[in-house]
Design a protein around this ligand. Structure first.
Ligand code: ADP
Ligand code: MG
Length: 191
């Protein structure tokens, strides 16, 4: 995938988050404070004004900086920091090997910044398992990513606002796990 294709994919996420804003709001209302939909839309709406497409590195870095300063909430620094980290390993043409590296860097960035492990019911559950599956030779699909988000339903949250809900956080998909499905779908080039 080249710079202009990736740029289109990142810009397209504004439309995706417009379409999914209500869904993410509802998920975050159930086990959070109801702002995840508006947070993600605010972040990705700002990308088009700030995106630097002079190289793939600057594309990722400018996206990350924009997300950091525009999303707000816990997810802003997590997604923002991850894109900045990915900018340090991304190639100008992303082949399957580089995509694997990107997924691992994304997962590591969330783990480091969020001090999070698997099964804490966060976005990390999706990105870490997606990175592992891809490394094991699975071709990632949107359905598979969605299944990873659905799997957070049965988990009890131990990080972020959802942790206040303890056992009551069970039965709902984590909002950040759901937004991660959309972001990874864009990165892997699946609709
Ligand atoms: P806030 O929780 O501040 O309202 P958002 O609603 O935008 O922020 O984002 C919530 C999402 O952020 C959660 O659904 C979860 O996936 C993710 N999250 C929160 N804290 C952490 C953490 N420490 N590590 C990883 N992900 C986290
Ligand atoms: Mg929230």
């Amino acid at each position: 995938m080249n710079v202009s294709e990736m740029k289109q994919r990142l810009l397209q996420l504004e439309t995706t988050f417009k379409q999914q804003e209500d869904e993410l709001t509802d998920l975050d209302r159930a086990i959070g404070d109801g702002d995840h939909g508006v947070n993600m839309l605010r972040g990705f709406s700002a990308v088009k004004e700030n995106i630097d497409d002079s190289s793939m590195q600057s594309l990722f870095k400018s996206t990350g900086m924009t997300l950091m300063s525009n999303i707000g909430g816990a997810s802003g620094p997590l997604y923002g920091f991850s894109f900045v980290k990915m900018s340090t390993v991304v190639n100008d043409d992303i082949d399957s090997q580089n995509l694997g590296q990107l997924l691992y860097t994304f997962a590591d960035a969330i783990a480091t910044r969020g001090k999070v492990e698997l099964n804490e019911k966060t976005m990390y559950d999706v990105v870490k398992r997606a990175a592992d599956n891809y490394a094991n030779g699975d071709k990632l699909t949107v359905e598979q990513l969605q299944q990873l988000a659905n799997d957070t339903k049965n988990m009890v949250a131990t990080k972020g606002r959802a942790a206040y809900f303890k056992e009551d956080s069970k039965g709902y998909i984590d909002p950040g796990a759901q937004s991660m499905v959309y972001i990874l779908s864009a990165l892997i080039g699946e609709e």
